[in-house]
Design a protein around this ligand. Sequence first.
Ligand SMILES: *Cc1c(COP(=O)(O)O)cnc(C)c1O
Length: 427
Amino acid sequence: MDHFRYDEAGVLHGEGVSLPALVAAVGTPTYVYSRATLTRHFKVMDDALSGVDHLICYSVKANSNLAVLQLLASLGSGFDIVSVGELHRVLAAGGDPDKVVFSGVGKRDDEIAAALRAGIHCINVESAWELARCAEVAAAVGVPAPVSLRVNPDVDPKTHEYIATGLRTSKFGVPFDEALELYRTAHASPHLTVVGVDCHIGSQIVEPTPLIDALDRVLELVDTLQAEGMTIGHVDMGGGLGITYKDERPAPPKAIGEAYAARLAPRGLKLLVEPGRVIAGNAGVMLMRVLGRKSNGERTFVITDAAMNDNIRPSLYRAWQDIVPVQRDLDAPEEVVDVVGPICESGDFFAQERPLARVDRDALLAMRSAGAYGFCMSSNYNSRQRAAEVMVDGDTWTVIRPREELTALFASERLLPDLPAGRSFEG
Ligand SMILES: *Cc1c(COP(=O)(O)O)cnc(C)c1O
């Protein structure tokens, strides 16, 4: 459930804010997030896990805007980070370092050191070399590194191949049968403190079974580790809960939460989860304006002022995201169109052969489910300024990132000193 609805006049609103009115003030393309939806999603998740001692570590990479992190921190969320940059964001947004876990296949020494100095809860280690780096950096920093191994339970999450991460063939995690040996190494090191076991099998998972199978495998390992005298405080089940983009029917978080709790609570194990998409995905839309239309005889193209640099999911994963008019016109004839951006790449599309009520030049469109892996994956390709981001809250809204200025595009670039400089352009 989200808070993007049409009013009686057919005008799309974000909570109480009319989106055409918002666009009149901030322009397009613009990402709009709903504070009430983000809050609701966090609380649904929190409630789903109420049967077991737990910590939600929101996956920063899904939507890393400071205001989003600040809101989640205020609700009690912890954070799953994948870089020192994300650590800085979390701290700047008021996040508690003691609720931070650090994931990722390749962490640099300086990132490990920064995490230890900040006093994070746990480093999710993904390989033997990384475990060795953690021990060495911890010795240098003078703080033992709290570690958990990301094990690869070899279950098929039944999702897109680019976001399936728990198969034996993936680059992620430690193979299940090597985990025990690495845990022994960690346990024996004076510079490492074993605190948990971690896994993350993929993203946009809609069936509960792979997640529960993964937990059962992880618990076999926990039993072995405990039998060897190791103290395992938590099990981290990663993120990956899917959302409805089109007609997916994701398992309700409550069902998964109850299955987790039934297994973990009796053993006194704390549960960590790292949801990203399920919190932020349907809490955001991307607004864009139609620049014009054209037809090549076979296909009709609706060309928008947003492009693949603003939202790469359709191009990268052939992801389907709903596109709706901001002003609904029930009399407009339905047609089948491609919604495309202006970039010179055939992959620059948002929708192909999509039934859509006819829209003409200057109409506003909203791409739904754009709150996760949207703005944060955007780029300046084609020297396009990155979109604005806005948070709506009831009848009010806050620009949480203004549209990038043209001058910001190359402000950090430098000319060669021996060649003539150019000039500025008032355009
Ligand atoms: C991407 C990622 C997540 C979040 O995944 P969602 O599908 O957005 O919930 C959590 N943990 C790790 C390790 C990840 O890489």
